[in-house]
Design a protein around this ligand. Sequence first.
Ligand code: MG
Length: 392
Amino acid sequence: MIPPRRIAILGSTGSIGQNTLNVIRAFPGQFKVTALAAGNNVEEFKRQVDEWRPDWVCLAEKSSVEKILPALPSSVKALAGEQGMIEIVQRKEVDLVVFATTGTWGVAPLLAAIQAKKQVALANKESLVMAGRIVTDAARENGVKIIPIDSEHSAIFQILNGQDPKELHRIFLTCSGGPLLHVAKEQLKEVTLEQALKHPRWKMGRKITIDSSTLMNKGLEIIEAKWLFGVTPDQVQVVIHPEAVVHSMVEYRDGSFMAQMGVTDMKGPIQYALGYPHRLPAVTERLNLVEVGKLSFSLPDVDRFPCLRIAYQAARGGDSDATVMNGANDTAVEAFLEEKIRWNEIPELIETVLSRHQKCENPGLARILELDRWAREETTRLIGQRSKAWVS
Ligand code: MG
């Protein structure tokens, strides 16, 4: 009998984390949940620990860990913060680490997992946007394959499997268009939080749903593709595909296209990453193409969705542009979620912060974290000065 694959999930209470556990539940005996780490959703985390009995647990704050300690069996080791996550990913009892954290939490644990030569399943695109060069360099040096969980990148990874990447001509990143696809430019100023949170196709966390509404999610994915597949930003074309059946496409140099299709369910890419290099029996519904009937494709409107233009520029620019764009976006989205700024102020803020940053090539981790902190502080400062001239 094959021993179960031992898994650590960082970000277990979020949407990807919960879906990872749903996939694991469908394959009893094939996986062992060795470690769980989460942010501050203590109630859900307690329930998960009760069900999965991991050997290590970790929460973002020490005070949250103290809340769960009394209920834990004495065999469980409880840790806190980023240092706790780093300790977990280095354990010899862990074979595969699922990075399902949101935002920029987790670049250091990702590097630690790669240096410890663990297999990595990556759902957190921000870490590649922020630190793509050092993460992919480390992966190459350590012979570690990063298996993407983002549906588009999972699609491209699956398409490229066994092909020579040098024969790739272009990547088509498909985009459902998000909840505001048909809203006129003038009305975009009045978009409410509720409207922006209503994604037509994918069920996801709040941050990524807002990123989908501004198309910054696709922008982050261009940079993610640049690092994962070694392409230039100009080799990545975003296409609006409202049916969300084609999860992405590759055009080879001979003009041949290959697409990966499936139902719109994140359990698909998660199950591929957990089973890689094998394919497990489907835990999702099966795709019925006859029922879908027709697939349509069109170009995105960068005039109504300036985040896409900003992201292309950042992708073509230096490494620090992507880091700063990501930090500014994270902070602006958070402010929108707290209804402190309007939806159309998100790109305005990002662009202003980007224009003010001190460019830097090949930054190391310490410099990256510094740039990220600066971008967040600058964005927060600008939000505090909203009545002033930076925004009309
Ligand atoms: Mg995606």
